[in-house]
Design a protein around this ligand. Structure first.
Ligand code: NAD
Ligand code: UDP
Length: 346
């Protein structure tokens, strides 16, 4: 019997790519999403991309914090494992509306774990983030580094991580994997699914994409006086399809009876500066990206990239795509969908 996997946040950027990889790997998938930052079009397009596997995807539009609705879902469908991706993720918004972030990200996780527990479903993968490393004192960031989140969004991640550790310590039937994502970018090679930020993008790649298609005049580079090769910040960009496959690898690892509660970085292990990323995107798109050099953005760490040894060794997972691949696929998505999911089907 194929396993039934519940994916929370499965209509979003990372969720939609993960759902597709799960379907292609033969899993049956149930998605729960309140479409707060996504569109039902992603679900429809994932179904189409999955071809003969598309019928194995079922979508429920609901908020994770709606406990009765979640209980009903678990009563009506046998769920073998859960991949919990849903969450709010904007650093700036979290500084303006911290309670909204704590409410959504923490209460959402508590409600999910309570309902899982009540239904004897104790197999879980959770989205965490490299943001938990804050300003790391050294790189690459290893999973045993101290946690030092520096904004309300970031702080919701270690809270959920610790809650998962406590739940597993109290009841060893639980098997939990915490995945710390670095900087997911790019899009599926088909150009059919990708990232669709609402409003002004905060992140480098979606912002640069909007400059390249002429929606914004220039990219503001936040700081060129860092102690890096070209003075701009260094990050670990990872192709979203690689990241999605990391979830399939983690799901396989959950069948290890001794897994307990483990944390893994999902990154490429390579550092790329802002200006290097701009050059790669200009090459992929054939567009010149006008730049405005500005001061440092509050809260930005200088150099952040992952140690990937643990994921390679224990999950048998390694990112395969290069920065060039990420830029090519991001541009292909942009070209095919100038207005994201509001564009007509390509
Ligand atoms: P996204 O906004 O595209 O997807 C998140 C999805 O969760 C959305 O579809 C949203 O509608 C849904 N959602 C939010 N709150 C919900 C709730 N209460 N009930 C039901 N659905 C809800 O974001 P993403 O980039 O795909 O990020 C997914 C996860 O990965 C988040 O937990 C985020 O913190 C984490 N993460 C993202 C990044 C990144 O740069 N994108 C980096 C590190 C970690
Ligand atoms: N960045 C930038 N201009 C932008 C957005 C981001 O120069 O409009 C820089 C930012 O300062 C950081 C890098 O690009 O050094 C990656 O930023 P992003 O927000 O994408 O990821 P994060 O800061 O969460 O790692």
């Amino acid at each position: 019997m194929p396993e039934n996997i519940l994916v929370t946040g499965g209509a979003g950027f990372i969720g939609s790519h993960t759902v597709l990889e799960l379907l292609l790997a033969g899993y049956h998938v149930v998605v729960v999403d309140n479409l707060n930052n996504s569109s039902g079009a992603s679900i429809r397009r994932v179904k189409e991309l999955a071809g003969e596997h598309g019928d194995n995807l079922h979508f429920h539009e609901l908020d994770l914090r709606d406990k009765p609705a979640l209980q009903k879902l678990f009563t009506g469908t046998k769920i073998d494992s859960v991949i919990h991706i849903a969450g709010l993720k904007s650093v700036g918004e979290s500084m303006e509306k911290p309670l909204m972030y704590y409410n959504n990200n923490i209460i959402g996780a508590i409600t999910l774990l309570e309902v899982m527990d009540a239904h004897g479903c104790k197999s879980l993968i959770v989205s965490s983030s490299a943001t938990v490393y804050g300003w790391p004192k050294e790189v690459p960031c290893r999973e045993d580094f101290p946690v030092d989140a520096i904004n309300p969004y970031g702080r919701t991640k270690p809270v959920v991580e610790e809650m998962c550790r406590d739940v597993q310590r109290a009841d060893q039937e639980w098997k939990i994997i915490l995945l710390r994502y670095f900087n997911p970018v790019g899009a599926h090679q088909s150009g059919y699914i990708g990232e669709h930020p609402r409003g002004t993008p905060n992140n480098l790649m979606p912002y640069m994409q909007q400059v390249a298609v002429g929606k914004r005049p220039a990219l503001t580079v936040f700081g060129d006086d860092y102690s890096t090769g070209d003075g701009t910040c260094v990050r670990d960009y990872v192709h979203v399809v690689d990241l999605a496959r990391g979830h399939v690898a983690a799901l396989r690892k959950l069948s290890d009876p001794d897994i307990g509660c483990e944390v893994y970085n999902l990154g490429s292990g390579k550092g790329t500066s802002v200006l290097e990323m701009v050059a790669a995107f200009e090459k992929a798109s054939g567009k010149k990206i006008p730049l405005v050099m500005a001061g440092r953005r509050a809260g930005d760490g200088e150099i952040v990239y992952a140690s990937t040894e643990k994921a390679e060794r224990e999950l048998n997972w390694k990112a395969e795509y290069s920065v060039e691949d990420m830029c090519r696929d991001q541009w292909n998505w942009a070209m095919n969908n100038p207005d994201g999911y509001e564009s007509p089907d390509p």
